[in-house]
Design a protein around this ligand. Structure first.
Ligand code: NAP
Length: 290
């Protein structure tokens, strides 16, 4: 039940109508009994500063931040958590003692999803495909969780190198063009292989990053950050190679669960959030979003 002292929460983005966060956070609020309300708020890029000032005035306890505001919001906040500072993007804001503090729970969310699947991150050798915002967050999360080595392959090696150089991580990041011969040898050494590009995302479900699957060991754990479709062509190829696989649902739920914990101080009911996400994805796919 929402009472007169309920915490106001929500998500800002543009567009925002297809965000699955209201379903997931709504399910978390219902399952935990937290006295909170969570809504989707469309905020156009030119209205971001006014919207953040408005949320501050309204005393919102916190909010999620999604595309296209994850970087643009940085100068509008009073403080940044180490995660947001290192990744250079914010997906969660919390009002703490009258100050807006930014966090990034994407990287730790990805690691939490791996741990839920029983994958040991500490000491692993990880290889990422793609050098965009999601790759940044995942690299940070893996480094913080004790990965032994990190490498990125991308279609433009310069972008991969720039990403590696801009992240001050505990582990050095090797950056390569994914057409290089040395990239194939890295494929054979990886314990963890991650697609952090949109290749294969609905509606372009036939696309996939260029991977020489014969070089990948069947023991390699293969992840796709994409969650629509549930099984990309990349994950199907990995399964045919004999690899265990994980799609992007876990990262999406766990980043939300971490945000819920920041706002409420209570353990998030992750199972209820997973169920809500799957129902939401079913509805999206049913509505022709494949
Ligand atoms: P992004 O910042 O746009 O970066 C995408 C990366 O993929 C860039 O390196 C880009 O290379 C590369 N790329 C894009 N199109 C390509 C193509 N046709 N061929 C080769 N490379 C291509 O995107 P992002 O925010 O990092 O997101 C990446 C993926 O992660 C998306 O599918 C997104 O939905 C998913 N994601 C999932 C979660 C989750 O919670 N599960 C969270 C965040 C993101 P260039 O720079 O050369 O274009």
């Amino acid at each position: 039940m929402i009472t007169e002292t309920a915490k106001n929460l929500g998500v800002i983005g543009y567009p925002i109508a297809h965000s699955l966060s209201p379903r997931m956070q709504g399910a978390a609020i219902a399952a935990s009994g937290a006295d909170c309300a969570y809504i989707a708020m469309p905020v156009a890029p030119e209205a971001l500063a006014a919207a953040v000032a408005g949320l501050r005035c309204l005393g919102f306890a916190g909010f999620n931040v999604t595309i296209p505001h994850k970087v643009a919001i940085l100068p509008l906040l009073d403080a940044l958590d180490e995660s947001a500072r290192a990744i250079g993007a914010v997906n969660t804001v919390s009002l703490e003692a009258g100050r807006l503090r930014g966090y990034n729970t994407d990287g730790s969310g990805f690691v939490a999803a791996l741990q839920r699947r029983g994958f040991a991150v500490e000491g692993c050798r990880a290889l990422l495909l793609g050098a965009g915002g999601a790759a940044r967050a995942v690299l940070w999360g893996l480094a913080e969780a004790g990965a032994r080595s990190l490498a990125i392959g991308a279609r433009v090696a310069g972008k991969a190198r720039a990403l590696a150089a801009s992240l001050a991580l505990r582990v050095e990041v090797e950056a390569l063009d994914w057409r290089d011969a040395s990239f194939v040898s890295l494929l054979g050494q990886a314990d963890l292989l991650i697609n952090a590009t949109p290749l294969g995302m609905s509606p372009h479900v036939d696309a996939m990053p260029p991977v020489h699957w014969e070089a990948v060991r069947p023991e390699t754990f293969v992840c796709d950050l994409i969650y629509n479709p549930a099984q990309t062509r990349f994950l199907r190829a990995a399964k045919e190679r004999g690899c265990a696989v994980m799609n992007g649902e876990g990262m999406l739920v766990e980043q939300g669960a971490a945000a819920f914990e920041i706002w409420t101080g209570c353990k998030a009911p992750a199972e209820a959030m997973y169920q809500a996400l799957r129902q939401g994805l079913k509805a999206l796919r049913g509505a022709g979003e494949r």
